[in-house]
Ligand binder design. Structure first.
Ligand code: IPE
Ligand code: IPE
Ligand code: MG
Length: 238
């Protein structure tokens, strides 16, 4: 995979408020090195920490990452177990340190399959106190955009018992109360959405990177932001 080298200067006064990332390519990163796929997920988890702290440094307010989809259960059990155990490690770290690091964690997805210690951790980390200016890190786990919409539609309808509005539906999504993503990045040279934020991406700008997620860099994130800053969002207007 060719490495990008040219660096760009982003305008720090116009940083997208909400960046969402489809962190793809962990498996290919590992297999191209003759390593088990689990090693790719390990590197991917490290990369997430690096990119989250860079986002915090440059003033991103919301970062949403796709960590595990409702379809990813199709993968071999060993791989699923690795991904969930890396997720658990991050939650433990969050419990211990992220209050100090000022990162507020939100988990987006259907939490029903998570029980016991993992479920307790998920609930607990979301209550960690942070300052008002904390980076909100949304981690999408067992997330599927269609599942989210069906759940939200049922919840909104149950609340009201009649036809629902866009606002009422949005208030029942996992992302309730948060702005839609301004910029959605997908790594690994794939050009598809794979069920990510189907409602919220209506007017998001997209950036596709050829880098595999473990090879992603803060410079590549700058390139995505630079590209974003040079676009004109029209929202259907002129
Ligand atoms: C993204 O990397 C992580 C998850 C989907 C959990 P992949 O594991 O999909 O990596 P590739 O696409 O097979 O290379
Ligand atoms: C999307 O990646 C899900 C995550 C990054 C967690 P996949 O690798 O699962 O998507 P497809 O199968 O290539 O569409
Ligand atoms: Mg993939």
């Amino acid at each position: 995979m060719p490495k990008q080298t040219q660096s760009v200067a982003i305008d720090r006064s116009r940083i997208p408020a909400h960046i969402a990332i489809i962190m793809d390519g962990n498996g290919r990163w590992a297999t191209s090195r003759l390593l088990p796929r689990s090693m790719g997920h390990r590197e991917g988890a490290k990369k997430f920490r690096e990119i989250a702290s860079y986002c915090q440094e440059i003033g991103v307010k919301h970062l949403t990452v796709y960590a595990f989809s409702t379809e990813n259960w199709k993968r071999p059990k060993e791989e699923v177990d690795t991904i969930l155990s890396l997720f658990r490690d991050y939650l433990i770290e969050a419990k211990e340190e992220l209050g100090q690091r000022n990162i507020r964690i939100r988990i987006l997805g259907d939490l029903a399959p998570f029980e016991g210690e993992l479920r307790d951790l998920i609930e607990e980390v979301q209550t960690i106190n942070c300052r008002e200016d904390a980076l909100i890190a949304n981690i999408a786990v067992n997330y599927g955009g269609r599942a989210e919409l069906v759940t939200a539609a049922n919840a909104a309808f149950a609340k009201k018992g009649g036809p629902i509005t866009e606002e009422e539906l949005a208030a029942c999504l996992y992302t309730a109360g948060q702005p839609d993503p301004d910029l959605i990045i997908r790594t690994s040279g794939e050009y598809r959405i794979s069920g990510f934020l189907l409602w919220q991406c209506s007017y998001s700008e997209f950036f596709f990177s050829d880098l595999l997620w473990p090879d992603f860099t803060t410079e590549e994130l700058d390139r995505a932001i630079f590209s974003f800053q040079n676009r004109k969002r029209r929202y259907g207007g002129v």
